[in-house]
Design a protein around this ligand. Structure first.
Ligand SMILES: Nc1ncnc2c1ncn2[C@@H]1O[C@H](COP(=O)(O)OP(=O)(O)OP(=O)(O)O)[C@@H](O)[C@H]1O
Ligand code: SF4
Ligand SMILES: [Mg+2]
Length: 400
């Protein structure tokens, strides 16, 4: 039995613009001791997925829909009473967030805050809890822990504060640690150190990790398996090594193409044209079709399932059943890298698409070079491209 089994998770929000289907039928599992990465651009539903697992979604406006299932160590969390959830959060699962300063209380020493967490989870005197706090600070690599235990959060660096948050998370000796963008607020060298720490702790304590990040490079360093999310769905999943060697979903290929490599000029990075659509109005068919250089009419019309593609892998893409389409577009354009930079001049391979000119379709028509339609661009229609490199959230990642 897996440690965590998420099945058909749907978490929706009521908003003024309508129902936001933030997470829409997500399934994945985590084995004991395994590190799973969840990647995807901003707004793809990564945080809502992790908050759903912790049952920390504000309800209302949020709701985990009936039919969703979150099994942790053989226990169903959807519908579990709050008292039980509190025990589970204290003992089985812990979560760390992006910005450690907002999670730490500025008026208490870090030692008091760790000791408090220790006492919450097990019967311990303050003296014992303080001793454990010092031990935990040492474990997360804070130098001179016996002295730093009396420091206030503002006296520590950003990286050290994140280490304190990790110490608090470890105080309950969780089987599963969920880390939601734990390093994006930190500078590059500190990011690497925190990731190394997470990897080392996992090996030493045998706990499973779910690591959420924009950054496929981070996943490559730390994780065994990866789930690629887009528009509230899993687009591709599999062992990290295989997904990296041979990404199958065009979205994964696009993310891979945008990983900066050492010595590469940042402006030459291939980025996925267009932006993530709104969760109140996902595109029809394949939700990536408004941005996909391979898309054709079937993709606009029919929602692809997550096809099993062997070796514990899956991809939600019609190219799995229509490999000739991939071959034809690749032949004409030189593959995804060629497409991302210049627009999909070859999209007319199966003829222009004669449907209503929604933005998606008009993009395909333009890409197909229909007369009277402007030449294909690298951007989706009506949606100015915001390359990942210009996204303030990932700026630091790109500097690497
Ligand atoms: N409380 C809420 N009310 C309404 N919509 C919400 C709420 N929380 C999240 N959403 C919506 O759900 C979608 C998914 O958000 P989520 O935070 O999971 O994205 P993400 O993948 O974590 O992105 P990022 O990389 O920016 O952290 C977004 O469109 C967001 O606006
Ligand atoms: S289903 Fe079609 S639009 Fe979606 S990713 Fe595959 S080729 Fe692209
Ligand atoms: Mg998030």
């Amino acid at each position: 039995m897996r440690l965590l089994e998420v099945r058909d998770l749907r978490t929706y929000f009521r908003t003024e613009a309508g129902v936001a289907r933030a997470v829409d039928g997500v399934s994945f599992g985590v084995e004991a001791g395994e590190a799973l990465g969840i990647v995807g651009e901003s707004g793809s539903g990564k945080s809502v997925t992790s908050l759903s697992i912790m049952r920390l979604i504000p309800e209302p406006p949020g709701e985990i829909l009936a039919g969703s299932s979150i099994w942790l160590k053989g226990e169903e969390l959807v519908g579990a009473p709050e008292t039980r959830l509190r025990e589970i959060r204290g003992n089985d699962v812990a979560m760390i967030f992006q910005e450690p300063m907002t999670s730490l209380n500025p008026v208490f020493t870090v030692g008091d805050q760790i000791a408090e967490a220790v006492r919450l989870h097990r019967k311990a005197s303050w003296k014992e809890a303080r001793a454990r706090a010092i031990e935990l600070l040492g474990l997360v690599g804070i130098p001179d822990p016996a002295r730093r235990v009396d420091a206030y959060p503002h006296e520590l660096s950003g990286g050290q504060r994140q280490r304190v948050m990790i110490a608090i998370a470890l105080s309950c000796e969780p089987d599963l640690l969920i880390a939601d963008e734990p390093t994006t607020a930190l500078d590059v060298t500190i990011q690497a150190q925190i990731l190394e720490l997470l990897g080392a702790l996992r090996r030493r304590l045998g706990m499973a990790i779910v690591l959420i990040t924009h950054d496929l490079g981070v996943v490559a360093e730390v994780c065994d398996r990866v789930v690629v999310m887009y528009a509230g769905e899993v687009m591709e999943e599999g062992p990290v090594e295989q997904v990296f060697r041979e990404p199958r979903h065009p979205y994964t290929q696009g993310l891979m193409a945008s990983i900066p490599r050492l010595g590469q000029e940042t402006e030459r990075l291939a980025v996925i044209p267009g932006i993530v659509p709104s969760p109140t109005a996902w595109p029809t068919g394949c939700r990536f079709h408004t941005r996909c250089p391979y898309g054709w009419e079937l993709c606009v019309r029919e929602h692809p399932p997550l096809f099993p593609i062997g070796g514990d892998r899956g991809a939600r893409c019609w190219l799995e059943t229509h490999p000739e389409r991939r071959a034809a577009v690749d032949r004409a354009t030189g593959g995804f890298l060629g497409l991302a930079g210049v627009g999909a001049a070859a999209l007319g391979a199966e003829g222009p698409i004669a449907l209503e000119a929604t933005p998606a379709e008009s993009w395909h028509r333009r890409a197909a070079g229909e007369p009277g339609v402007p030449a294909p661009e690298a951007t989706a229609p009506d949606a100015p491209a915001r390359p990942l490199a210009e996204d303030p959230d990932v700026e630091r990642d790109v500097e690497r």
